[in-house]
Structure formats: structure tokens, C-alpha cells
Design a protein around this ligand. Sequence first.
Ligand code: PLP
Length: 221
Amino acid sequence: MSIQQNLNHIKETLPEHVTLVAVSKTKPISDLLEAYEAGQRIFGENKIQEMAEKHEQLPKDIQWHMIGHVQRNKVKYMAGFVSLIHGVENEKLLNEINKQAEKHNRVIDCLLQIKIAAEDSKFGMTAVEASQILHSQNFPELKHINIVGVMGMATFTENESQIKSEFNQLKTIFKSLKIEHPKPEQFNTISMGMSGDYPLAIACGSTMVRIGSSIFGVRNY
Ligand SMILES: *Cc1c(COP(=O)(O)O)cnc(C)c1O
């Protein structure tokens, strides 16, 4: 099936309140353009340099989401255009995003990445660390970031009940952080679900799915 067919098929199955991030990492500009022409405007990348290059070359009404691990010294390369950073996993990174956003006179939306997977390799913070960020003295000073929700990745496993329990865990953490957030009305996003598990993620409360291979085909690294 073509990229356009894949996209249309997925969009038909998504409830209206769920946002689709088309994960285009490693894929050529021509693939992104095909998705763009099919109406897709939100793209997710996991490397800042690759995202910046694609941003240069593609239409400017695309919203770019950074879904990967963020190195602090590279925030400056995306601060001028990135629309949502999914992988905020500590306060130092948040401070750097705030600093770089200020230089561009912008407010950048961010998600706190929560470690829900049992594997060691997945990045993210605990619920307690996330809560500490919202309560830190410094937090009200960060005028150039908005924390709009949470992001998580389930364990890479065939065990559906484990995945389900990890997604449910993220939903529970989201609910308690929303109560603690100084502006709960802007804290509405739960980014969870990928090609292999997004229907389950949606059933567990996801509001944003990050789908790559089911749209663009398998990646050759
Ligand atoms: C690559 C990636 C995805 C998309 O994965 P698919 O299985 O291709 O849908 C989603 N989220 C993150 C954080 C990723 O790195």
C-alpha cells in the first residue's frame, strides 16, 4: 500500500480526540512530501539535526515534534521551529529549552517523558521526579516552556497485558500530575502508542499516537 493509503487507513480508525504524529525518522523527503500531500501536517523525528534539515526543505506549515532523546547542547538547533518536545526527562533539559526558546521569543510545548517500561534502555523519569519539577521553585520562572502532558513508551514485548498495565500506569500518573499542575487546563496530552500498540494505547487513554512503520514502511537503519 502507498503512504497515502496507509495514512488514510490509520486516520479512519483514530477517534477524533487522538492526534496522529507521523514518525518520519530515517525516511527521505519524498516520503514526507507524499504524506504532506495526503494532508498530514505533524511529523515526528528522533534526531535534531535530521529534523532541522527536513524543516529547511519542507513546507513551513508542518509542525515538527521531537520524539527522541534530547541532548542539551543541541536544543539550540531546534528552538526556533520545534512545535512539541516529547522527551523531556529532567529539569536541566527543561531549563535549557526555556533558555533557547527565550532567544527566539517563543514558548515551546513540552511533554514529561515518564519511564513506564520495565527495560533499562528506555529513557524517562519517575512520577515522583515529574511531580518535583512541577513543584520546584524555579518552575514559575520558566516563561518560555509549557508542560502540556506526558509521554511514555511501553516495553517491547508480545505480552499484551504487560503493555496494557504500563499504559494504564501512564494514564494514572497523568491524572495525578494534572491536579498538581499550576495550569491544569493546558495539561491535556498523553503521548503513547506506536505502530504495534496504538489501538491498545488509545483504549487506555492516549490522546497522541506516534506512528512510523505502519505509514512509511519498515526502516532500514
Ligand atoms: C520510532 C519511534 C516511534 C514509531 O515507531 P513505529 O513502530 O515505527 O511506529 C514512536 N515513538 C518513538 C519515541 C520512536 O522513536
